[in-house]
Design a protein around this ligand. Structure first.
Ligand SMILES: NC(=O)C1=CN([C@@H]2O[C@H](COP(=O)(O)OP(=O)(O)OC[C@H]3O[C@@H](n4cnc5c(N)ncnc54)[C@H](OP(=O)(O)O)[C@@H]3O)[C@@H](O)[C@H]2O)C=CC1
Ligand SMILES: CC(=O)[C@@H](O)[C@H](O)COP(=O)(O)O
Ligand SMILES: [Mn+2]
Length: 392
């Protein structure tokens, strides 16, 4: 039996992972973690006969304990308990917590040599160099689950990294792709929270509309594949059928196509290095008829330009960028700032952080990453509140 844990089991990626696990007989579930969805976490823990269920919130301990009373499933609560759950012996974990909260359990799992299927892109954006070093130090494997990065990973099997000319990440353009530029400032979280192709959590769906999601994915590719910024491109592809393209020095371009269903990259990581049948809708290209591509407009998607500056700065910039983005998104969802204010919040936070600290100084360990994250959140809150005040 393979022992598997799912961090972020009550989320969108978590649900897709559990769907695949339920179809297997060779897997036992060690840990499931969640946040505030206690009914969902308890139900999943019972269905999958988990050894341990952990909620990230201490005030949810008693509801979770009560929901699992009499089942024999152990219960824990709090961010420390989530991080410690990464140390529980497992062969494979899914890292699918949203945000920088996903960092600590991933590091803990890697320290045990556990294979980490990585959906939590914030880990690579915030602490990519340290995360890759932690895996190497413990002989652990990180398998990309973000659909574009899984696509690139699959296109690179057996290839020479030195022969890569460019890696292209496709982007749907998000729910506001066809809105007039001048109207974007009026977009609400509901408007931005509708994705044309993928069924995902609310936060990443809004990040798709602003392309902060793609900006993070560019940094993620830079960190994971060790590619220089000039080799990473973004192409708008409204159908989300081609997930990524890799162009080689002999003029060949390898593309990865498939239905927009996260069970493909999750299943690929679960079966790696083999392939096994997956319950994914098959492509009917004749029915689809056409695939469209266009260059992104940086006036519409300023987050992409910010990603370039983050990669140029290196050091603490990824952690500052991610923390500021999370705060900007919180304030947009709370309707304190406009959709178009999110990029300025991130840009001004990067500027303010750089004015007070050495942006290019790389954090030496996870504690330093978390300190940078904390400081960037403090600055970003101030910037967001000043923009909110200006908007009223
Ligand atoms: N959804 C997708 O298709 C894709 C997602 N990703 C990445 O995967 C990750 C998960 O995304 P998605 O599944 O959409 O997100 P969801 O919002 O659907 O789920 C997030 C999960 O994290 C839990 N959670 C929330 N806050 C905390 C916290 N502070 N500490 C610990 N756990 C917490 C939630 O618990 P609860 O709901 O119980 O509160 C839930 O289990 C993100 O990093 C995203 O960028 C990457 C590619 C595609
Ligand atoms: C499914 C997945 O990997 C998402 O990150 C996806 O990329 C979101 O779609 P867009 O960012 O292309 O809108
Ligand atoms: Mn993606």
């Amino acid at each position: 039996m393979r022992r598997v844990s799912v961090f972020g089991a009550t989320g969108s990626v978590g649900a897709s992972t559990l769907d695949l696990l339920a179809r297997r007989e060779d897997i036992e579930v060690a840990v499931l973690t969640g946040g505030r969805n206690i009914a969902g976490l308890a139900e999943a823990a019972v269905t999958h006969r988990a050894q341990l269920a952990v909620t990230a919130f201490e005030d949810c301990y008693i509801p979770l304990r009560d929901a699992l009373a009499g089942t024999g499933i152990q219960v824990a609560a709090g961010p420390g308990a989530v991080a410690e759950a990464g140390l529980v012996p497992a062969d494979w974990i899914m890292s699918a917590i949203i945000g920088a909260a996903g960092l600590a359990p991933g590091f803990a799992a890697l320290s045990q040599g556990t294979t980490v299927a990585l959906a939590n892109k914030e880990s690579l954006v915030t602490a990519g160099r340290l995360l890759m070093a932690e895996a190497a130090a413990h002989g652990a494997t990180i398998l990309p689950v973000d659909s574009e990065h899984s696509a690139v990973f699959q296109a690179l099997v057996g290839e020479d990294m030195a022969a890569i000319e460019t890696v292209t990440l496709t982007a749907s353009g998000g729910g506001l792709r066809e809105w007039p530029l001048a109207d974007l400032a009026t977009a609400t979280p509901t408007d931005a929270g509708k994705h044309p192709n993928w069924d995902m959590g609310h936060r990443i769906t809004i990040d798709s509309a602003s392309m902060f999601n793609k900006a993070m994915e560019v940094i993620e590719a830079h960190e994971f594949f060790d590619l220089p910024p000039e080799k990473i491109e973004v192409l708008i592809h409204p159908q989300s059928t081609v997930h990524a393209l890799v162009a080689f020095s002999d003029g060949a371009v390898m593309g990865h196509l498939g239905a927009p269903d996260m069970r493909h990259p999750i299943g690929y990581a679960l079966n790696y290095p083999n392939r096994a049948a997956l319950p994914i809708a098959r492509l009917d290209l004749a029915k689809l008829g056409r695939l469209d591509f266009a260059a992104p407009d940086l006036r519409r998607y300023p987050a992409l330009a910010l990603a370039q500056s983050v990669m140029e700065s290196g050091g603490a910039a990824g952690a500052v960028f991610n923390a500021a983005k999370e705060i900007a998104l919180d304030h947009f969802i709370a309707r304190n700032i406009r959709f178009t204010d999110m990029a300025p919040v991130v840009e001004q936070t990067l500027e303010q952080y750089a004015a007070q600290n050495v942006l290019s100084a790389a954090p030496a360990n996870l504690a330093e990453v978390l300190a940078i994250d904390n400081e960037a959140r403090r600055l970003a809150r101030t910037v967001a509140l000043s923009l909110a005040a200006g908007a009223t």
